[in-house]
Design a protein around this ligand. Structure first.
Ligand code: NAD
Length: 340
């Protein structure tokens, strides 16, 4: 079957990796640089599959339009799927797949890079030295060795992060609704409840998915529990943290540092070059003023290895649709007729 895939929110690196995984003769591509939403869904006309990323808004009206256009597969080129209305996809007869796993090291290593940068104030030192300011005042960090790291969510990325921090000589506490007991025993990780993790950790790193249950899991009362001077790292999803409460805690100078690769309202801002423009999001603007806050624009996945894994799984699922073969193991989130 000749098959067209409409790919949304694409950047040059996405196109390069997808084309490398599937030459144009195998699959036909329509690359769009804008995001998929109810307003743009009609651009999928003629496509049997659409491919989206983390900030495409695939809600019910959008899925209804895709269903009417005859789209059979929605292939997410990411792990998280909070931006897709899965029941609506099932009703529209659209199979939804994701990339169930790609290099967890990409994301874990970025989390640790952010922590190291914040703790040792590399971002500030870099700027100083370029201005020939070789003073060390204000750059004092802390040894991570012997400190306690709290890993919130011990799936693939949380475990990879824990392993790196364990290598630094940190004590590792963890919380997960489904503890990985054997892994914990081997590494000497202690599972505790969420409040104990919040209270006892010097570094807290979030690695749980965004669900209605986990939205604002870090809010005023959680921040209150945390040790003064704690480092909070979020490379998972922005809405896990109540930004208003976070800003209040930062203004009260309760936190040692905050590293965010994701942000509650990142859609339309992250992944875009807005330099020279007015930033309309006052909370993001405020966050960027704190020297203790380090923000990257959802780049934790951005390694050659992770991009290659993502492209290969996505292409394997598109080829499975074209050839009416089973989809990649563990990738189907909603099985429409194409998956049966
Ligand atoms: P995973 O499914 O392997 O692990 C998630 C873990 O969270 C599981 O062990 C699960 O039991 C646990 N969990 C779920 N709900 C929980 C709750 N309410 N309380 C405690 N634990 C809970 O996922 P992963 O591959 O490790 O990815 C984790 C998250 O990282 C993804 O959901 C995604 O949002 C985010 N992510 C971000 C980037 C990035 O570039 N910044 C890249 C990939 C993934």
């Amino acid at each position: 079957m000749e098959m067209l895939t409409a790919v949304y929110d694409t950047k040059p690196y996405d196109r390069e990796q997808l084309l490398a995984a599937a030459p144009r003769e195998t699959l036909q591509w329509q690359f769009w640089d804008f995001r998929l939403s109810t307003d743009t869904a009609r651009t999928a006309r003629g496509a049997q599959a659409v491919c989206v990323f983390v900030n495409d808004a695939v809600d019910r009206p959008c899925l209804q339009t895709l269903g009417e256009l005859g789209v059979k597969l929605l292939a997410l080129r990411c792990t998280g799927h909070n931006n897709v209305d899965l029941p609506a996809a099932a009703e529209a007869g659209i199979t939804v797949t994701r990339v169930p796993a790609y290099s967890p090291y990409a994301v874990a290593e970025h989390a640790v890079a952010l922590l190291m940068t914040l703790n040792r104030k590399i971002h500030r030192a870099f700027n100083r030295v370029r201005e020939q300011n070789f003073s060390l005042s204000g750059l004092v960090g802390t040894d991570l060795h012997g400190k306690t790291a709290g890993i919130f969510g011990t799936g693939k990325i949380g475990r990879a992060t824990a392993q790196i921090l364990h290598g630094f000589g940190m004590r590792i506490l963890a919380f997960d609704t489904f503890p990985a007991s054997e892994w914990a025993r081997q590494l000497g990780v202690e599972y505790v409840d969420a409040r104990t993790l919040a209270r006892e950790s010097d570094v807290i790193s979030l690695h749980i998915p965004l669900t209605p249950e986990t939205r604002h899991i870090i809010r005023g009362e959680t921040l209150e529990l945390m040790k003064p001077g704690v480092f909070l790292i979020n490379v998972s999803r922005g809405r896990l943290i109540d930004t208003t409460a976070l800003i209040a805690a930062l203004k009260a100078d309760k936190l040692g540092g905050v590293a965010l690769d994701v942000y509650e309202e990142e859609e339309g801002v992250f992944f875009e070059d807005l330099s020279g423009q007015v930033l309309h999001d006052d909370e993001l603007a405020r966050l960027l003023t704190f020297p203790k806050v380090l923000v990257t624009a959802h780049q934790a996945f951005l390694t050659r290895e992770a991009l290659g894994d993502i492209a290969r799984t996505t292409v394997a699922n598109l080829e499975a649709l074209a050839a009416a073969r089973p989809f990649v193991d563990g990738s189907v989130l909603t099985a429409g007729p194409a998956a049966r």
